[in-house]
Design a protein around this ligand. Structure first.
Ligand code: ATP
Ligand code: MG
Ligand code: FE
Length: 347
C-alpha cells in the first residue's frame, strides 16, 4: 500500500511517498521538497505569513513532482498522512486542507500526524525497523528534545528538552552575531572546520549538580558569544570567526551528546536516533558517534536530506499507523499548532 505524506509545519513544503510492503517494511518512493528559506533570509528568521503563502503556491507542484518521481498516479495512493502539528498555525492549515481534499477525492483514510515523531520515524526508511524502544534526540530549528520512543511512534515520553532556545535557533542567532547568512547552521559548520574548538571556553548550559540533568539551555551560550564578540570589537581586534564558530559548535555538540548518551545509559536503551536539521552538523554527528561507540550504543542518523523537514518523514509515520490499524483522523480534522509529543494521530 502507498502512503502520501504532506509536511507544511514551517518553511518547507514537502510531499513524500512511501510503500508499506506486506512484510511490514517501509520503502521510500519519492521525496519532493520546496523551501521558502530564501524568502525569509533577509528577516533572519521564518516569517509566518510568507511561509503560508509559499506553501499555497508550492503545494500542488510539489505533489506533482513527488508522483512523477515515484512514477505513480494520484489514484494509486492508499492513504494520506499530513503534519497536524506542532508548527505555525497558518502554515499547517495549508497542508491539512490539501490533505483533506486528497483524502476526500480519493476516498482513502486521512492521518493527521505528529511532526516530531516524523523526525524519528524517517530513520526507518533508511536503516530499517527500530528496536522496540530507543532514545530519540531531536535537534532542529524549533525543538531540542530527548524522547524515549517505543514502537516507531506508539508511546513517547519526553526525558528532557530545552528551557529556552532550540539548538538550531542558537546556530541561527550566533550566525547573525557573526554576520553569517541565515540559516546559520551550514555556514557555522563550514567556518568551524578551519577553527580551533578549544580556542574559547564557552559555557555548557545546565550542567551544574542541581540542574535538571536532561534539560538544555542555549540562551546563555548565545549571550556569551555575543559578549565575547562585543569585547573583541571594542578592543579593535580582528574577529577570529573560525575559532568562535568552532568553539560555539563544540559547546553545543558536547552538551547534547553528553546528555543523550547519559540518558540512554540510565534508561538502559541501546539505540539513539539523532534527527532534525541540526543532526546534519558534522561535529555533532561525529562526537555522537565517538561517545556512543564508547558507551556501546548504536547510533542511527538519517542522511542530512531526511533530517531536515520533508514529506517522506510524515509518510513514514502514516505507513506505521496504517500497518498498526490505527483509526484514521476525521475528515473535519483541524491542525493543532501546539500538538503534544505524546499524541501520534490527531482526532
Ligand atoms: P522544527 O522541525 O523544530 O519545526 P525547523 O523546520 O526549523 O523546525 P529543521 O528544518 O529540521 O527545523 O532544521 C532547521 C535548523 O537546522 C536551522 O536552525 C539550521 O540552522 C539548522 N541546521 C541546518 N544544517 C545545520 C548544520 N550543518 N549544522 C548545524 N545546524 C544546522
Ligand atoms: Mg526548516
Ligand atoms: Fe522539523
Amino acid at each position: 500500500r502507498i502512503v502520501l505524506g504532506i509536511e507544511t509545519s514551517c518553511d518547507e513544503t514537502g510531499v513524500g511517498l512511501v510503500r508499506l510492503e506486506p512484510d511490514g517494511s517501509v520503502r521510500l518512493l519519492a521525496d519532493a521538497v520546496a523551501s521558502s528559506v530564501e524568502q525569509h533570509a533577509r528577516f533572519g528568521g521564518v516569517v509566518p505569513e510568507i511561509a503560508s503563502r509559499a506553501h499555497l503556491e508550492a503545494m500542488e507542484p510539489t505533489a506533482r513532482r513527488a508522483l512523477d518521481e515515484a512514477g505513480i498516479k494520484l489514484s494509486d495512493v492508499d492513504a494520506i498522512a499530513v503534519t497536524a502539528g506542532p508548527g505555525l498555525a497558518g502554515a499547517l492549515m495549508v497542508g491539512v486542507s490539501a490533505a483533506k481534499a486528497y483524502a476526500a477525492a480519493l476516498g482513502v483514510p486521512l492521518y493527521g500526524v505528529n511532526h516530531l515523531l516524523g523526525h524519528v520515524a524517517v530513520d526507518t526508511l533508511e536503516h530499517g525497523p527500530l528496536p522496540s524502544r530507543c532514545l530519540a534526540m531531536l535537534v532542529s530549528g524549533g525543538h531540542t528534545q530527548l524522547l524515549s520512543v517505543a514502537g516507531v511512534a506508539d508511546e513517547v515520553t519526553e526525558i528532557g528538552s530545552t528551557i529556552d532556545d532550540a539548538a538550531g535557533e542558537a546556530y541561527d542567532k550566533v550566525a547573525r552575531i557573526l554576520d553569517l547568512p541565515y540559516p546559520g547552521g551550514p555556514p557555522i559548520d563550514r567556518m568551524a572546520r578551519e577553527g580551533d574548538p578549544n580556542a574559547i571556553a564557552f559555557p555548557r548550559g545546565l550542567t551544574g549538580p542541581r540542574d535538571a540533568k536532561f534539560d538544555f539551555s542555549f540562551s546563555g551560550l548565545k549571550t556569551a558569544v555575543a559578549r565575547w564578540v562585543e569585547q573583541a570589537r571594542e578592543a579593535g581586534k580582528q574577529l577570529p570567526i573560525a575559532d568562535i564558530a568552532a568553539s560555539f559548535q563544540e559547546a553545543v555538540a558536547d552538551v547534547l551528546t553528553e546528555k543523550a548518551v547519559r540518558a540512554a545509559v540510565e534508561l538502559g536503551l541501546d539505540t539513539i536516533v539523532l534527527s532534525g536539521g541540526v543532526a546534519a552538523n558534522s561535529r555533532l554527528a561525529g562526537l555522537a558517534r565517538e561517545r556512543c561507540a564508547e558507551a556501546g550504543i548504536t547510533l542511527r542518523v538519517p542522511r542530512p536530506r531526511l533530517c531536515t523537514d520533508n514529506g517522506a518523514m510524515i509518510a513514514a509515520v502514516g505507513a506505521h499507523v496504517l500497518a498498526n490499524r490505527v483509526e484514521p483522523s476525521p475528515l473535519g480534522l483541524s491542525a493543532n499548532p501546539g500538538m503534544s509529543v505524546d499524541t501520534v494521530v490527531l482526532r
